[in-house]
Design a protein around this ligand. Sequence first.
Ligand SMILES: Cc1cc2nc3c(=O)[nH]c(=O)nc-3n(C[C@H](O)[C@H](O)[C@H](O)COP(=O)(O)O)c2cc1C
Length: 145
Amino acid sequence: MVLNPSENQITQLIYVSKRKSIVDDDEAQKILETSRKNNDTCGIKGVLLVLPEYFFQVVEGPSKNIDELMNRVENDTRHCELKVLSKKALSGYEFGVWSMVNVNIDTENADSFVVLNRLAKTESPTEGQLKGMYFIFKGLSQPPC
Ligand SMILES: Cc1cc2nc3c(=O)[nH]c(=O)nc-3n(C[C@H](O)[C@H](O)[C@H](O)COP(=O)(O)O)c2cc1C
């Protein structure tokens, strides 16, 4: 997709929401497929982390497209209690490829899991917690070597 100059402004939005118990791994896979198809056509990139109880998502793209996406996502009944953790303007993408990470609890990511789970339950996250979350996203979204 080619962006025209007025669309150069990129918005990055990060949220956490509560995954409804009816959303099994197949349903999460469907969310990924829809997201990949739709996001590709409107310059949106990011990461969706699927935890047993929560979704974390980073989306980046032209501001208008992010607003439109969030209108749909906020009304999606497969999750609830959506809380925006961060929203800022960027001059370029920080998460260059769209990806979804299904975070299974294992010894390698146990620490990340504990941090994210704690963050999901925190009323007002601190700057430090948000920074930690950002680096966890970056680490988990790296393609395997
Ligand atoms: C946690 C979560 C994350 C989602 N992320 C996206 C997304 O990044 N892009 C997207 O198009 N739809 C996403 N969806 C799905 C939308 O809420 C909505 O169902 C979908 O955009 C409708 O697409 P359609 O009109 O092509 O069926 C997400 C849903 C959930 C529950």
